[in-house]
Ligand binder design. Structure first.
Ligand code: FAD
Ligand code: SIN
Length: 536
């Protein structure tokens, strides 16, 4: 089936939904999302959204904190503009129905403001510890009120439709995106979505790693699709490991928010001693790369499987009030955080790199925009400051809308005959073991060889394995009918390859990339992004 729309939005997190709500003023919007519409990284966000709204805070402070955290690689113009746009964007979100926790007293704003690592001030707007769930609720309700928006759940975008593939292209001509092939998972059919503009808002890629805070949708699909289409990709080596993911054999990906440390939580070894004072003057509230690396070092030294996060000095009622979700979740696993320390480990959390975009979310392919975690805007540099990513999604969704509003009247919807998906003789697979085996293997060696601490040898080993696995997956993909699992495997394999490629290029240590063979930061040679594409 061919579906025609003015805007194809791939992903229903904060970036996709907030763009769609605006784009619906201009034309028809199809949102495709590969699980239920609420399922996204956004939905699990706990800490909140950083914005300067208190009188004692200043844009300058938020800008400096972001730049310090980014370790020399942030684009200063982008940081300044995102920080100064933040108050307007969060107010808009509140107008759309998002209910931030309100302040009782103690600051000059209406909002209760949380504290997180790397921030020199309290500036995190939140909804208890379920900020993301509240954002998704508000945005889905708002999008649902727009008659121009149709949401396709369980629709898995496979690949972008490119003008060059359909009509050929002149040498040196920029390619153009005409929509995407999308797999209807429930009905096992592949549809062609034709659009004047396509926005990739598919989120991150935590599932490339064995231990992650991310939900299952985080297989880096947008980055992989854009790479296959010839888009520029940058800074994939900068994987942020969140220091405190709940450690429990039965707990799948549950984050213990940095806001717990913001409210006085202290990291300790199993023997009860504190250690962060050895690593940074901000101790437990040091930037994440420092805290995650410190925990990794301490675990390697002690041989323990986890460290402890202790907030037992706070009374039960205040913990339940501030962290109702975390309190309940811990209790499910027999941990009462008002009495017991919480066992935690670092886990892959966020990818700072992604599809290269300009200040309006435009990629190097015409009519293809990218927003949110899938993109690389220059805001985060070598390390993202806590709670700056929901903000980035909001700000860039708005800017993409502004740019598209200018371009929209000029873009005619010329009838182009787009071929339907061609399975090229693919048959039903009788070897799905290949998918599960490779899936497991990639995630394990990415964790061991391309994790918090890297070395040339480990990266070379990872590359050799990845080359073999990518060969196997390509062959499998050509021969067998697509399935959700196969599509996800193909994407994590592509993203793993890109992370390894960027990590091998960067011959220094900076921010989230630490290589023991080049332990120092090298501003003389490496004050630059690692930009790659399938053509380079
Ligand atoms: P997402 O919210 O991840 O949405 C991506 C969407 O794309 C999903 O709907 C998904 O189903 C869809 N999708 C993916 N692939 C396909 C495909 N092939 N076809 C169709 N649809 C597809 N950041 C903060 O700033 N503050 C926080 O407090 C915070 N807390 C966090 C807590 C956790 C546990 C996690 C995991 C992340 C947290 N982050 C936080 C990071 C932040 O949540 C994400 O960076 C942000 O939500 C990304 O938004 P997004 O719209 O780009 O993508
Ligand atoms: C957290 O609540 O610790 C996550 C915040 C973030 O990732 O920005």
């Amino acid at each position: 089936m061919e579906i025609k729309t003015d805007f194809l939005v791939i992903g229903s997190g904060i970036a996709g939904l907030s763009f769609a709500i605006k784009a619906a003023e201009l034309g028809t919007v199809a949102i495709v999302t590969n699980k239920e519409k609420i399922e996204s990284n956004t939905n699990y966000a706990q800490g909140g959204i950083a914005a300067v709204v208190d009188k004692t805070d200043k844009f300058e402070y938020h800008i400096n904190d972001t730049l310090t955290c980014g370790a020399g690689l942030c684009r200063e113009d982008v940081v300044k503009s995102v920080v100064t746009d933040a108050p307007e964007r969060v107010e808009e979100l509140a107008k759309w129905g998002m209910e931030f926790t309100k302040a009782k007293s103690g600051n000059s704003t209406n909002y209760d403001l949380g504290q997180e690592g790397g921030h020199s001030r309290r500036r995190i707007l939140h909804a208890g510890d379920i900020t993301g769930r509240e954002i998704e609720r508000a945005l889905i309700e708002k999008a649902g009120s727009k008659k121009n928006i149709k949401i396709y759940e369980n629709f898995f975008a496979i690949d972008l439709l490119l003008k060059s593939k359909i009509q050929g292209s002149e040498k040196g001509e920029r390619d153009q995106c005409l929509g995407a092939y999308v797999f209807d998972v429930k009905n096992n059919e592949i549809h062609t979505f034709r659009a004047r503009f396509t926005l990739l808002a598919t989120g991150g890629a935590g599932k490339v790693y064995l231990i992650t805070t991310n939900p299952d949708i985080s297989t880096g699909d947008g980055i992989a699709m854009a790479y296959r289409a010839g888009a520029k990709i940058a800074n994939m080596e900068f994987i942020q490991f969140h220091p405190t993911c709940l450690y429990h054999p039965e707990a799948k990906s549950f984050l213990i928010s940095e806001a717990v440390r913001g409210e006085g939580g202290v990291l300790k070894l199993k023997n009860g001693s504190t250690f962060m004072e050895k690593y940074h003057e901000m101790k437990d509230l040091a930037p994440r790369d420092v805290v995650a690396k410190a925990i990794d070092t301490e675990l390697k030294k002690s041989g323990d499987e986890y460290v402890l996060l202790d907030i037992t000095h706070r009374d039960k009622d205040s913990l339940i009030k501030r962290f109702p979700n975390i309190y309940d979740k811990c209790l499910e696993f027999g941990i009462d955080m008002s009495k017991d320390s919480i066992p935690v480990v670092p886990a892959a959390h966020y990818i700072c790199g992604g599809i290269v975009v300009n200040s309006f979310g435009e990629t190097n392919i015409d009519r293809l925009f990218a927003c949110g975690e899938v993109s690389c805007t220059g805001l985060h540099g070598a390390n993202r400051l806590a709670s700056n990513s929901l903000l980035e999604g909001l700000v860039f969704a708005h800017r993409s809308f502004v740019k598209i509003s200018e371009l929209f009247p000029e873009i005619e919807d010329k009838p182009v005959s787009v071929p339907s998906w061609d399975p090229k003789g693919a048959t039903e697979s009788d070897e799905s073991i290949v998918v599960s085996q490779n899936w497991d293997e990639i995630r394990r060696f990415m964790w061991s060889y391309v994790g918090i601490v890297r070395s040339n040898k480990r990266l070379d080993r990872a590359k050799r394995r990845m080359d073999i696995i990518n060969g196997e997956i390509d062959e499998y993909y050509r021969n067998f009918i697509v399935s959700g699992d196969l599509l996800e495997l193909r994407n994590i394999a592509t993203v793993a390859k890109l992370i390894i490629r960027c990590a091998r290029l960067r011959k220094e240590s900076r921010g989230l990339h630490y290589n023991i063979d080049y332990p120092e930061r090298d501003d003389k040679n490496w004050l630059k992004d690692t930009v790659i594409s399938k053509h380079s």
